[in-house]
Design a protein around this ligand. Sequence first.
Ligand SMILES: Cc1ncc(COP(=O)(O)O)c(C=O)c1O
Length: 292
Amino acid sequence: MTQGVCWLEGRILPLEKACVPVLDHGLLYGDGVFEGIRFYAGKAFLLAGHLRRLRRSARAIALACPWSDEELGRITEEVISAFDGADGYLRLIVTRGDGPLGIDPKPCRQPRLMVIASHLQMVDPASREAGIRIVIASTRRLPPDGLDPRIKSLNYLNHILARIEANRAGADEAILLNGEGKVAEGTADNLFIVRDGILLTPPVTDGALAGVTRRLIMQLARDGGIETRERSLAPYDLHTADECFLSGTGTELVPVREIDGRALGACPGPVYRRCLDAFTATIRTHCGGASS
Ligand SMILES: Cc1ncc(COP(=O)(O)O)c(C=O)c1O
């Protein structure tokens, strides 16, 4: 069975057959940007927010993205229809394209677009129900004057190093702190905690990606009467939280049951459950489907 399909240079190919040249600077240097987008019941979820962030990421690294939102929308529709399944995960990737081996992007004349439709299961169903175990990694989020965390670039190496730490600790996910020791985010997700009934998440300026799911959850929580604030968090806040959960396109929403070996009081907690219900209802309203 094919893993999925990929739009590449105007053609839709089985994922296993879709190849890029070894001189693509996305491969050589991580020189490119990407988005992950869920689709439910054959419809891309929160597409506009993802395309906005893709375009901003590309602008931030001075990468031309000559495809209009309409073209990208049409391509994603084509890819979803070619995919064998109504629910899945899209990956839009724009690289600097092919160039000589040197790091200089100037000779790269033609950016390359790939749009993949596939399956992505970041969390197994049992852990989604019972909650996951996370650890705070010693690997730090890169500082904004090195690589701004708002850019969703193809450089995930410090996240991968953090994830290796989680694997070695037998945990499901790692949380990265910023250079000042404040909580930034997970390796591919944003973090929320609940303290005294208030939903808290680190501000983007502490090194979090401006998650599209994070933003939706904050909105849904506020609409549902849950007091929600962006606030800097220290490891202490995580260790002593009433509840904790992660959000992301790949992750969707997942509750946390243990942080650095400390069991949390409630998992899945009441605030998480309310956010999950509102999230699932939003998916149904927008796409007619439900999260897995
Ligand atoms: C580093 C990082 N943080 C957070 C997120 C969650 O963002 P979103 O909800 O837009 O998928 C992602 C998603 O890929 C990510 O890679």
